[in-house]
Design a protein around this ligand. Structure first.
Ligand code: GLA
Length: 397
């Protein structure tokens, strides 16, 4: 017998409301921050079907897939022409999108694609304006699992409609992203919707209302410490807007692209994990060094990012270029990252009281980059930080 026939009126409503958060968490396509790879940071407009297959192969052979990196996301420049009925087709760099999706799926991975609510994408290719429903249907038909939807030329439409009225601009963006979300839903395939509009109008406050699973909070990342630290540390205060199924997105990873030192890439990976950010590698996976693999596949760090509680970490305090961040984890432990943004080595003491522990309380600690348990910390934690480096600890009582 169905529950509904056993219960009636307010009793049923109370029972259903108790289960609502569970049901919601199960139905979201992104219960934890999405992990995978995206073509843009390394291949940009040169990406081809062959590169995407090579990335899929490398995700499997490197062990990245098994560490959680499952999305293979094609960024801008795959788009070709529309046919007489208005359906989009890929350009000659991608001869058969359905076959590519089948290949990616056969490797135990998922396929992502890219479009814009505007008439043109950022690289000047065909956008979805006026064809949202048809595009969603086509993506579903191909077997796409993820869509990055990038404002691009819609910026002009936005200006025309909203002028300098910020409330109106927010309303317009809410509407265009909801339109695509609803089109994807109607197409009948679970597809993660990733909003990309560079954080405009404080998208973290309303992004989830569109039905999207994540939203870019910043402009584009570049492969330099200056760009990474500017974006990453600017995320302080956004923690309360993220949670299971809806994530702040400070942009893709640059680890392995060559513009930062090992300590800088470790800081990048650590900060993104503390931020519960999507972990979308942006390097050439087919030509990864052992160092890059070690950084991207540190499972203890990935576990911080993917923690089931879904809390985004936040800044605890700063002392000039020293930054202390924490992230509460599902098992009651606390991830603590101590970053130095300074260009010279620095000694630093972090009082345990700042992290919520008693002055004489012994705190268990594990160093997640050294992969070793430390002696219990009492009173304060002392460390020497190399330039642009980080210490990442998992603390528990
Ligand atoms: C914008 C986005 C980038 C990338 C490019 C592609 O700049 O923010 O992440 O998708 O467009 O043209």
């Amino acid at each position: 017998m169905k529950l509904a026939t056993l219960m009636s009126g307010s009793g049923l409503a109370i029972i259903l409301s108790l289960f609502a958060p569970v049901m919601q968490a199960q139905s979201t396509p992104a219960p934890t921050p999405p992990m995978g790879w995206n073509s843009w940071n390394h291949f940009a407009e040169h990406v081809t079907d062959k590169d995407v297959r090579a990335a899929a192969d490398a995700l499997v052979s490197s062990g990245m897939r098994d560490a959680g990196y499952v999305y293979v996301n094609i960024d801008d420049t795959w788009e070709g022409q529309r046919d007489a009925q208005g359906y989009i087709h890929p350009n000659k760099k991608f001869p058969d999108m359905k076959a590519l999706a089948d290949y990616v799926h056969s490797r135990g991975l998922k396929l992502g694609i890219y479009s814009s609510p505007g008439a043109k994408t950022c690289a000047g290719y065909e956008g979805s304006l006026g064809h949202e429903k048809q595009d969603a249907e086509m993506y579903a038909k191909w077997g796409v699992d993820y869509l990055k939807y990038d404002l691009c030329s819609y910026t002009k439409n936005l200006k025309d409609q909203a002028g300098d009225d910020h409330a109106k601009a927010q309303q317009v963006m809410l509407q265009v992203y909801t339109t695509m979300h609803d089109a994807l839903q109607a197409a009948g395939r679970p597809i993660v919707l990733s909003l990309c509009q560079y954080g405009w109008e404080a998208v973290w406050r309303w992004g989830a209302e569109t039905g999207g699973s994540l939203w870019r909070t910043t402009g584009d990342i570049e492969d330099s410490y200056a760009s990474m630290e500017k974006i990453g540390f600017s995320q302080a205060g956004l923690a309360k807007f993220a949670g299971p199924g809806h994530w702040n997105d400070p942009d893709m990873l640059e680890v392995g692209n060559g513009g930062m030192s090992k300590d800088e890439y470790i800081s990048h990976m650590t900060l993104w994990a503390m931020l519960a950010a999507p972990l979308l590698a942006g390097n050439d996976l087919a030509k990864m060094s052992e160092e890059t693999k070690t950084i991207l596949m540190n499972r203890e760090v990935i576990a911080v990012d993917q923690d089931a509680a879904g809390h985004q970490g936040d800044r605890v305090y700063t002392e000039g270029p020293l930054e202390v961040w924490s992230k509460p984890l599902a098992d009651g432990s606390l991830a603590v990252a101590i970053f130095s943004r300074w260009r010279m080595p620095l000694d630093f003491d972090v009082p345990m009281s700042k992290l919520g522990y008693g002055a004489t309380e012994p705190v268990k600690a594990r160093d997640l980059w050294a992969h070793r348990d430390l002696d219990p910390i009492v009173g304060s934690f002392h460390t020497t930080l190399r330039p642009h480096s980080v210490v990442l600890l998992r603390l528990s009582r």
